[in-house]
Design a protein around this ligand. Structure first.
Ligand SMILES: Cc1cc2nc3c(=O)[nH]c(=O)nc-3n(C[C@H](O)[C@H](O)[C@H](O)COP(=O)(O)OP(=O)(O)OC[C@H]3O[C@@H](n4cnc5c(N)ncnc54)[C@H](O)[C@@H]3O)c2cc1C
Length: 283
C-alpha cells in the first residue's frame, strides 16, 4: 500500500487527504493546530471571536507603506479546517478573464475552460454552496439601497458576471459552517492517521527526493517517512516549511545559515493578499 503525508488539515489538505484515502493510499495527516472543538467555528455569527484566538496563527504584516505604515492583522486558521474554519465562507469562482490571463502568463491548465468544470464538480459534490438563507432586515435593506442607488441586482455572481449587488453564496448548511474538513476529511477520520498539535518543521530530502517530514525541532524532533509528501500548509505555511528545508532562494538561505538543498528562487516570494476594511456597527 502506498503511503502519503499531507501537511495541514486545512482547506486543501482535508480534500487531498480524502481523495488519497479514497484511492487506497495510507494517509498521515499532520496539523499544527488542534481539533475544531471551539463552538464559534461552527456558528458563523461568532466568526469574529476567532480572530486572535488559539485557532488563529495571528500573523501581522510588516509595516505597510500604503496603509500609513501600519502592521495589519493577517488571520490564518490553525485548526482542523484551517482558514476555512474561520473565514467568511463566501463562495466566489472568480472572473473567467483572470483565469485566462493566468494561463496566458504560463499557468498551463488554469484557463477558464479547464477550471469551470472543476467548480461544477465541487459544487455538486460534498460542499454545500447556498444563498438560501434568511437575511436580517438590515442586510436586506442594504441590498435594496444599493439597487436604489443604481447598482444592478445580480442574482448569481458566479454565473459569469461578477458585477452588481448580491446575496453571498456561502458554504453553510442549516445555519452551520461547512468546511472542507467537516465535509471531506472528518467523515473518513478513522481511515486516516491524524496527528494534531504538531508543527512540521521541514521536509526530509534524501537523494534528491522528499521521503518524509521532520516534526518539531531539537530534542522533541521526530521523523515521519512516507512514499509521498504533500504540503498543504497554506500560502504562508508551505513556503515556510520549504525554506526551513533548504529549498528556496540560495542567497537568502545562506544568509540565514540554512544549508541549500535546492536553489528555488520563487519560494516565499510574491505573496499577494487583499485588504479588507470591515465596517462593524452594534445592532
Ligand atoms: C478571515 C478570513 C476570511 C476569509 N474569507 C474568505 C471567503 O469568504 N471566501 C474565500 O473563498 N476565501 C476566504 N478566505 C481565504 C481562504 O480561507 C483561504 O484562501 C483558504 O482557506 C486557504 O486554504 P489553504 O488550504 O491554502 O490553507 P489553510 O486552510 O489555511 O490550511 C493550512 C493548514 O496548514 C496548517 N499548517 C500550517 N503550517 C503548518 C506546519 N508547519 N505544520 C503543520 N500544519 C501546518 C495550518 O494550521 C492550517 O490548518 C478568508 C481567509 C481568512 C483568513
Amino acid at each position: 500500500m502506498r503511503s502519503a503525508i499531507v501537511v495541514g488539515a486545512g482547506t486543501s489538505g482535508a480534500i487531498v487527504a480524502r481523495r488519497l484515502t479514497d484511492a487506497g493510499v495510507a494517509v498521515t495527516l499532520i496539523e499544527a493546530g488542534g481539533y475544531d472543538t471551539n463552538p464559534a467555528i461552527h456558528d458563523p455569527s461568532r466568526a469574529g471571536e476567532l480572530w486572535h484566538s488559539a485557532e488563529d496563527w495571528d500573523y501581522f504584516t510588516v509595516p505597510q507603506t500604503h496603509a500609513g505604515g501600519r502592521r495589519l492583522h493577517l488571520p490564518r486558521g490553525k485548526v482542523t479546517g484551517g482558514s476555512h474554519a474561520l473565514n467568511a465562507m463566501i463562495w466566489v469562482r472568480g472572473a473567467a478573464s483572470d483565469y485566462d490571463a493566468w494561463e496566458r502568463a504560463g499557468a498551463q491548465g488554469w484557463g477558464w475552460a479547464e477550471v469551470e468544470p472543476v467548480y461544477e464538480a465541487i459544487e455538486n459534490d460534498l460542499l454545500p454552496v447556498t444563498d438560501d438563507y434568511p437575511l436580517s432586515p438590515i442586510q436586506a435593506s442594504i441590498i435594496d439601497a444599493a439597487v436604489q442607488e443604481g447598482l444592478t441586482h445580480n442574482p448569481d455572481y458566479n454565473a459569469g458576471t461578477l458585477d452588481g449587488v448580491s446575496q453571498e453564496q456561502v458554504t453553510m448548511r442549516d445555519g452551520r459552517r461547512v468546511n472542507t474538513w467537516t465535509a471531506y476529511a472528518q467523515p473518513v477520520a478513522e481511515k486516516l492517521t491524524i496527528v494534531t498539535g504538531r508543527e512540521v518543521h521541514s521536509v526530509i530530502v534524501r537523494d534528491g527526493r522528499a521521503v518524509g517530514v521532520r516534526l518539531g525541532e531539537g530534542e522533541e524532533s521526530e521523523e515521519v517517512l512516507a512514499d509521498e509528501v504533500i504540503l498543504a500548509a497554506g500560502a504562508i505555511g508551505s513556503p515556510v516549511i520549504l525554506l526551513r528545508s533548504g529549498i528556496g532562494p540560495a542567497a537568502d538561505l545562506t544568509a540565514l545559515g540554512i544549508p541549500v538543498v535546492q536553489d528555488s528562487p520563487g519560494v516565499g516570494q510574491n505573496l499577494h493578499d487583499h485588504l479588507l476594511s470591515p465596517v462593524i456597527f452594534t445592532t
